[in-house]
Every structure is written in C-alpha cells, then in structure tokens.
Design a protein around this ligand. Structure first.
Ligand code: CP3
Length: 357
C-alpha cells in the first residue's frame, strides 16, 4: 500500500495542513446515479452487487467518474456482518433490509458467536479489487456498523421507528444485550482489521442509531463498544497511519466522550454547530461533515451558498473533511452534487490560501 496521489483525505483526517478541503459523500455510490441502477439491474439484487467483486468495484468507481471526489468508499453494507452470523439478510424491493432469523429468544442470543472471517471473504475481495482499480488515485475508506447499530437490526429484524424490541431487551435483560454487543465488537474489530490488511486506507464506524439512547445508555451500550474497537484496530499498515472515524447520528451532545476513545476523527450530523463542536473537542480529532443532505434538493445557487456556509463554520484550521450530515438521498439531482463538490474545492482553496499562517 502506497500513499495515494491525492492524499487530501488522509491528511485532513490526521489534522495535517491541506490547501483544499477534501470532500466525499456518505452513500456516494447509490440509487441517485442512473449508472448504479443499471448495474444493479444487471447484477440482479443489491446483495449480488455486494457479493461480486467486479460489480462492487464498478459501482464504487461510478461516482468518482462523474465528480472529482477525494475518496472512494467500499461498496458494501453494514448488514453483511449479521448476515455472516447466520441471520440471513435480504433486501425486498422498495422495503428495507430484513433478517429471516432475527435474535428473539434467549437461547438464540446466547448461541451468537463471532463468525469465521471466511464468511466475509467477498468483502475483502472487493476491497482488494477496488484498491487495484483505484490505482492510488484517491484513498479507499473501509467501514462497518457500530456494535449497537448492528444489534438494532439484529434484534428488530429490520428497520424500526421505535426500536421497542431493542429497548425491551435493554430494560429487562441488559446482560443479553451486552452479550450481543460484545460479540459484535469483537467481530467488527476483526472485520475492519481485515479490510485494512486488504487495502482500506481509512475506516469509519457508522453508529446510525446511537442517537436513540439516553446519555447513560449511549455510554454503556454504544460508546463503550466503539472504544473497544478503536483500541483493537491496527492503526498502521505498511508504514501508513490508518485514520479511524466514528459517526453517531444524533450524537452531537457526546462529542467529548467520542473524541476520548482515541479515534482520529468524528462525523457530525447537520444538527451540530461546527464551530461549537470544534471548541468542545479542541484539536484532538478531525471533524467530518456536515451539510444537511436536504440542501441538495434545493437550487444550485442555494447548494453553493450552504456549502460555503459549512466551510466558513469549520474555518481554515486543519482537520476538516467535507461531507453530508447523513447519506445522500436517492432523489438527489446529480447536477447539485457537481455544484457541491466544485464549490467545496474552489471556495476552500481560497479559504486556506487566505488563512493566517
Ligand atoms: O457510502 C457508500 O457509498 C458505501 C455503501 C454503503 C451502503 N450502505 C450501500 C447501500 C454504506 C456505507 C452503507 C451503510 C449502511 N447501511 C448504514 C449506515 C449508514 C447510514 O446510512 O446510516 C445503514 C443503517 C445501512 C442499512 C441499510 N442498507 C438500509 C437501512 C438500507 C435500505 C434503505 C436505503 O436507504 O436504501 C440499505 C440498502 C443500501 N445500502 C443501499 C445502498 C446503496 C440501497 C440498496 C438499493 O440499491 O436499493
């Protein structure tokens, strides 16, 4: 693994100076791109895309061919991990993810163990194939779900609007939830280390549902397990430092604790004020975010204005990666994505050039 030609992302995640703010978008490969929909139709289903390294490589590169993005993110899903644990994942057309065998009975929970990594070999093959195809143009980001967010899907059997089964378990048999989280944390650590070994140059943990918790429960059921992952990750590969990003959607009030895990960067959703976040975490970590994905539904002029506003709010200090505050919507007009990426590059270049030394 050698350093990519465009290493803005890695520099920014490690809080090193840059002359232009790097930008990538959560879910940058996906349904808002007609070429993605075509490849998916050709592959058959979403999981067929994930399981075939050639398809996964093709769709990972699609947004990079259209827009001058500064990073690629592995095309896969967080739910490959519970699938490998035997929960049997499927994506029904127009619905969300479903597990045929969700965790409901105590005996099922106690029988849960970390799966052999061979079950996830298709993901590592995709990482190898993508990094070869990238040919060191931009860094490749690997990812996983957080132990708590994975547990939400494993227990509910799919998405939920109230997570009542998760909460029922938490407030009746917390030791069973801790067992699931412990297995998930050990699995995720190994899974991310394998992604790193196969060529991922930064890794991100998506804690999409940590924000449904009370502060005390967040500490005990989500943050504690992300801390264990950060501590267990291989942070260097072939002499290169591998930055680790933690993102809890709705986690704006817990940034200090997240920074204390020893991670390199925090993802911020759009509800967080960037300047206030920076004041709270100081310069311990880089910050990634945090344009409201809804802005991309507006006019191009408004997209550019809001992008500049986000850049101004983070300021020219090292340690900002531009991103959305959550994944891009499938209804996003792609012309707005182009305006966004170009505005971030041009405006941040001026911002950095005029920054006090
Ligand atoms: O960012 C990227 O481009 C990399 C690919 C990626 C996907 N999912 C592809 C995907 C990543 C990083 C994810 C993470 C993921 N998956 C999360 C965490 C981040 C977040 O958005 O909060 C979660 C919660 C999931 C679970 C998941 N996967 C859901 C709820 C759904 C269905 C709802 C939806 O938005 O489609 C998916 C499917 C999925 N994962 C799609 C893609 C491109 C759409 C599948 C399709 O083609 O229909």
């Amino acid at each position: 693994m050698t350093r990519p030609d465009n290493d803005l992302l890695l520099r920014a995640l490690l809080r090193q100076p840059v002359d232009t703010t790097p930008v990538w978008l959560m879910r940058q490969a996906g349904r808002y791109l007609p070429e993605y929909r075509a490849t998916r139709a050709h592959a058959g289903s979403f999981m067929d895309l994930c399981r075939n390294a050639n398809f996964a490589t093709e769709v990972t590169l699609q947004p990079l061919s259209r827009f001058p993005l500064d990073a690629a993110i592995l095309f896969s899903d967080i739910l490959t991990v519970p699938d490998a644990m035997g929960l049997e994942l499927s994506f029904a057309e127009g619905e969300g993810p479903r597990f045929a065998k969700p965790l409901r009975e105590e005996a099922e929970i106690l029988a849960l163990t970390p799966p052999p990594m061979e079950k996830l070999a298709y993901v590592f093959e995709a990482v190898t194939s993508i990094s070869r195809a990238l040919d060191n143009r931009v860094p490749l980001i690997g990812f996983s779900g957080s132990p708590f967010t994975l547990a939400c899907y494993m227990i509910e059997g799919g998405g939920s609007d109230d997570f009542r089964r998760v909460k029922a378990l938490m407030y009746s048999r917390p030791e069973l939830l801790h067992h699931i989280l412990d297995v998930n944390a050990r699995t995720v650590t190994e899974y991310l280390n394998q992604q790193i070994a196969h060529g991922a140059q930064a890794v991100m943990v998506f804690d999409t549902w940590g924000g449904i918790l009370t502060s005390a429960a967040y500490e005990a059921f989500s943050l504690e397990y992300m801390r264990r992952i950060v501590a267990g990750l291989k942070r260097e590969q072939d002499g290169q430092r591998i930055p680790v990003v933690l993102f809890t959607k709705g986690g704006g009030q817990w940034l200090e604790g997240m920074a204390d895990t020893g991670c390199d960067a925090l993802g911020l959703d759009w509800t967080v004020d960037p300047a206030a976040a920076r004041a709270r975490v100081g310069h311990r970590v880089a910050l990634q975010g945090n344009l409201d994905p809804g802005v991309l539904m507006g006019t191009p002029a408004e997209v550019a204005r809001e992008a500049r506003r986000v850049l101004d709010a983070f300021g020219p200090a090292p340690g900002h990666v531009f991103n959305l505050g959550h994944g891009i919507s499938q209804y996003t007009p792609h012309d707005n994505v182009r305006v966004l990426v170009e505005t971030v590059h041009h405006y941040s270049h001026v911002l950095h050039a005029n920054a006090p030394a």
